[in-house]
Ligand binder design. Structure first.
Ligand SMILES: [Zn+2]
Length: 280
C-alpha cells in the first residue's frame, strides 16, 4: 500500500478484538519531521526536514478498526500482518466483556459518523482526531477490564499509561486550537488517572508516572503533588535495586534531573507564564 505523504508508511494490521483484517496503520518514518515536546512530553510537529513531506502525526496517530472501532496509537495493540508468522499475543478471550465490546460497536461508530468513508486516511481534521483519541481512551479502558476479568492479579496497569498519553495528546490538540479550558480539563483528567494507577505501577512505568505527576502538579500549582513526585524519584534508588546502565536507571536519572530542574524554575511552569503547554 502506497501513501501520498512520503513521510508515512502503511503497515497492514489485524484487529485483536474482532479479527478484522487489512486495517492500514500509519506509521511516521524516522528522521522526517522536526518536532519539539511540550512540558508533558507530547510532541508538536513543527516542519518537515529538508526533502520530506510535512505531517501533523498527532492527528492521524490513532488507528481505528472499521468493524468494532477498537482504536489505538500503538501498533502492538494490533496484530501486525507482516509479522503473522512470528508469535503474537493470544487473541482476547471470547469473554462476556468482549461480547459487550462488540455490542457497543454501533455507539462508537456514531462518534465517527462524519468520517466513516476515510476512517484511517492520511489526513484528519482536529475534530476527527479528537474523536479518534476518545475511542482510543475507551478501548484502553476496555482492554484493562478484559485483563481484570482474566486474572486481576496479573493485570498490567502500565497499559493504562497509554490512556494518559491519549488524554495529554488530546489536551495538546485542544490547546493548539485555542480551546484552553477543555485542554486543561484533559490535563487534569490525566493527572487524576495517573494518581489512580500509580500505586499499581512498577519499575520504569512508575518512574514515568511519578515524573508526569510532578510536571502536572507544577502546572496545576499543587505543591503537595510536586513534593510527592520529587520524593518518590529521590528515594527510588534507595527503595529499589537499580542496576547502572539499564533502561530503568537511565529513565530514573533523566526523570530526576528534569524534575529537579523544573522545580527550581517552577515559576516558568505556572499557567500564566506558559504559552499553551510550552515554556516561553
Ligand atoms: Zn475490530
Amino acid at each position: 500500500m502506497e501513501t501520498k505523504n512520503k513521510s508515512l508508511l502503511i503497515i497492514p494490521v489485524t484487529c485483536h478484538m474482532c479479527g478484522a483484517e487489512h486495517i492500514p496503520h500509519l506509521s511516521l518514518q524516522r528522521r522526517t519531521m522536526e518536532a519539539q515536546n511540550n512540558i508533558f512530553g507530547v510532541p508538536q510537529y513543527i516542519k518537515a526536514l529538508p526533502g520530506k513531506d510535512f505531517c501533523d502525526y498527532n492527528l492521524i496517530r490513532v488507528t481505528i478498526c472499521p468493524k468494532c472501532f477498537f482504536s489505538s496509537a500503538y501498533i502492538d495493540d494490533f496484530i501486525s500482518e507482516s509479522n503473522l508468522k512470528k508469535e503474537h499475543p493470544e487473541p482476547f478471550d471470547k469473554a462476556p466483556i468482549l461480547r459487550h465490546w462488540l455490542e457497543g460497536a454501533a455507539k462508537r461508530r456514531e462518534k465517527m459518523e462524519s468520517f466513516l468513508e476515510n476512517l484511517n486516511g492520511e489526513e484528519r481534521s482536529a475534530k476527527q482526531a479528537l474523536a479518534s483519541y476518545t475511542l482510543a481512551i475507551c478501548s484502553c479502558n476496555e482492554v484493562g477490564k478484559l485483563q481484570e476479568a482474566r486474572n486481576e492479579k496479573s493485570r498490567d496497569y502500565s497499559g493504562m499509561l497509554r490512556s494518559v498519553n491519549y488524554m495529554l495528546t488530546k489536551a495538546e490538540l485542544l490547546m493548539a486550537h485555542k480551546k484552553s479550558q477543555d485542554a486543561k480539563k484533559y490535563a487534569k483528567a490525566a493527572l487524576e488517572k495517573l494518581k489512580e494507577i500509580f500505586p499499581y505501577l512498577k519499575r520504569e512505568s512508575s518512574i514515568k508516572a511519578g515524573y508526569l505527576i510532578g510536571m502536572l502538579g507544577l502546572y496545576f500549582d499543587s505543591t503537595k503533588t510536586v513534593g510527592q513526585s520529587l520524593n518518590f524519584l529521590r528515594e527510588y534508588e534507595k527503595n529499589n535495586k537499580v542496576r547502572a546502565g539499564t533502561d530503568e536507571h537511565k529513565a530514573l536519572v533523566s526523570s530526576l534531573k528534569k524534575m529537579t530542574e523544573a522545580y527550581q524554575h517552577r515559576e516558568e511552569y505556572s499557567q500564566s507564564q506558559l504559552n499553551g503547554f510550552n515554556i516561553r
